[in-house]
Design a protein around this ligand. Structure first.
Ligand SMILES: Nc1nc2c(ncn2[C@@H]2O[C@H](COP(=O)(O)OP(=O)(O)OP(=O)(O)O)[C@@H](O)[C@H]2O)c(=O)[nH]1
Length: 221
């Protein structure tokens, strides 16, 4: 294994990878940010949602997937993403940025408000195909992540773990954190039995993730 290309847990043909590359290069636009359940857009397209602790690299991953620097905000200031943000990809699907959890500075009322919104979205969204739960590869699963996994299992939403910022650890550490994480979720009912290892900074893991999203949503070129 080289340092820049960790083994992928996914099995995609070159055609699938290429089709996904083309699709994700097409127009991606911000649709809206919803602060209340009543504000959600009509459920008329398949949706893929991204969740994770504040500062885990959610905005960077969404930007990296669509190859744009500024579609989703990426900041050094934890907790800015407090709405459910919807992005349209070529009219084929929506990418949904859920409020980050685990931010220290917010008030309890604010935290509860956004957690409730995220949970209501997860429970009631018929068009939601999968949630990607982002975990910082340097830290692995924390107790606050375990609570998020419990909520996803309870909502019976299919989800998959994506390890982020993997450029910050060594190749052998990527393998061990992926194995450890996979083991930790192995008995969880709604967990997809694979862990994606990604770096938005270096771009690795993203082609496979795009292909998987395309497959999961059933989107075609
Ligand atoms: N080295 C490295 N840094 C990253 C990567 N992804 C994100 N970061 C950095 O991590 C910080 C947080 O990234 P964001 O994408 O804003 O994180 P977020 O999860 O959207 O944060 P919130 O808006 O607080 O929910 C920024 O300083 C990014 O530059 C990565 O793959 N590698």
């Amino acid at each position: 294994m080289t340092d820049s290309a960790p083994a992928s847990p996914f099995d995609f043909t070159e055609e699938e990878i290429e089709a996904a590359r083309v699709l994700f290069q097409r127009q991606a636009t911000f649709v809206m940010g919803a602060a209340k359940l009543e504000q959600l857009p009509e459920p008329d397209l398949p949706e893929i949602a991204f969740a994770g602790r504040s500062n885990v690299g959610k905005s960077s991953l969404i930007n990296g997937l669509v190859g744009m620097n500024k579609l989703a905000r990426a900041s050094n200031e934890p907790g800015r993403t407090r709405e459910v943000n919807f992005f349209d990809l070529d009219g084929k699907m929506r990418l949904v940025d859920l409020p980050g959890y685990g931010w220290a500075k917010a008030s309890k009322t604010t935290v509860k408000k956004f957690q409730d919104l995220g949970r209501d979205y997860l429970r009631g969204r018929v068009t939601l195909k999968r949630v990607y739960l982002l975990i910082d590869s340097r830290h692995g699963l924390k107790s606050v992540d375990t609570e998020a996994l419990d909520a996803l299992d309870l909502a019976a939403v299919s989800y998959q773990i994506v390890l982020t910022k993997a450029d910050k650890i060594k190749a052998h550490e990527r393998v061990s954190v992926a194995e450890k994480t996979l083991k930790a979720i192995s008995k969880r009912p709604a967990a997809f039995p694979a862990v994606a290892v990604t770096s938005s900074e270096k771009g690795f893991g993203l082609p496979e993730l795009r292909a998987e999203i395309m497959r999961t949503t059933g989107a075609e070129l």
